[in-house]
Design a protein around this ligand. Structure first.
Ligand SMILES: C[S@@+](CC[C@H](N)C(=O)[O-])C[C@H]1O[C@@H](n2cnc3c(N)ncnc32)[C@H](O)[C@@H]1O
Length: 206
């Protein structure tokens, strides 16, 4: 928790929050895994200190593979030290790979059955938001699920204090989300038990 707060103060644009996500949000974000038979290929983007990773690891079975992509070196090291090393030792038949890199640039081995994305899209320029979603959808197999979240009311809150340029960006980011939900059967789940409350969005690739 302290590590997360420290990183958030250092780089709020990429961290996007002051605290890690709650177990309730982690449950909503990882729901897709339960209904899929093993072996599964799973990608998590922006694991931070690992609230979603922890739940994913609990559900992994022999033959599954989990790739994690995180740009912050400190989070990568901590995740490896606190969660991944012991998991790998105890589960040699499950492959877990950490890529300490940006999702825009990392070389991966698709297709994935499920992608869990924790990126703070409302902090990014609309062009980057669009290109990251395009990449994630390319990495996903047809029929696979892409799950992301945003804080409830975050754009409305930012809007009330923003200048014209930021408002324009927020409008474009909102339009990207609407378009994705329309094209890929988007389903939203409100999660009150998170600080701040959040909405998880599940997209099923056509
Ligand atoms: C809102 S935090 C979410 C962390 C964690 N999933 C959670 O819910 O507590 C966003 C995370 O995405 C990472 N991140 C931001 N931009 C990224 C990028 N382009 N590629 C990979 N990771 C990124 C940040 O370093 C941070 O760990």
């Amino acid at each position: 928790m302290l590590d997360f707060v420290r990183q958030a103060i250092r780089d709020f644009r990429h961290t996007g929050s002051l605290w890690p996500s709650s177990p309730q949000l982690a449950k909503a974000m990882t729901r897709a895994i339960g209904s899929l038979p093993a072996p599964r290929r799973i990608l998590e983007v922006g694991p931070g200190t690992g609230p979603f990773t922890r739940v994913l690891l609990e559900h992994l079975e022999p033959g599954d593979r989990l790739d994690l992509v995180e740009l912050n070196r400190s989070f990568c090291k901590e995740l490896d030290r606190r969660l991944l090393r012991s998991f790998r030792d105890e589960h040699p038949s499950i492959e877990v790979r950490m890529h300490c890199a940006r999702i825009e640039e990392v070389v991966l081995d698709p297709p994935y059955d499920v992608i869990i994305c924790g990126l703070p899209f409302n902090n990014f320029p609309p062009k980057l938001v669009r290109s990251i979603f395009r990449r994630l959808l390319l990495l996903l197999r047809p029929g696979g699920e892409l799950v992301y979240f945003e804080y409830a009311g975050v754009r409305a809150m930012k809007w009330s204090v923003a200048g014209a340029k930021t408002r324009h960006s927020l409008r474009r980011i909102s339009a990207v989300g609407r378009g994705l939900r329309r094209r890929h059967s988007g389903r939203r789940t409100f999660v009150l038990g998170n600080l701040p409350p959040a909405i998880s969005v599940r997209l099923r690739k056509r």
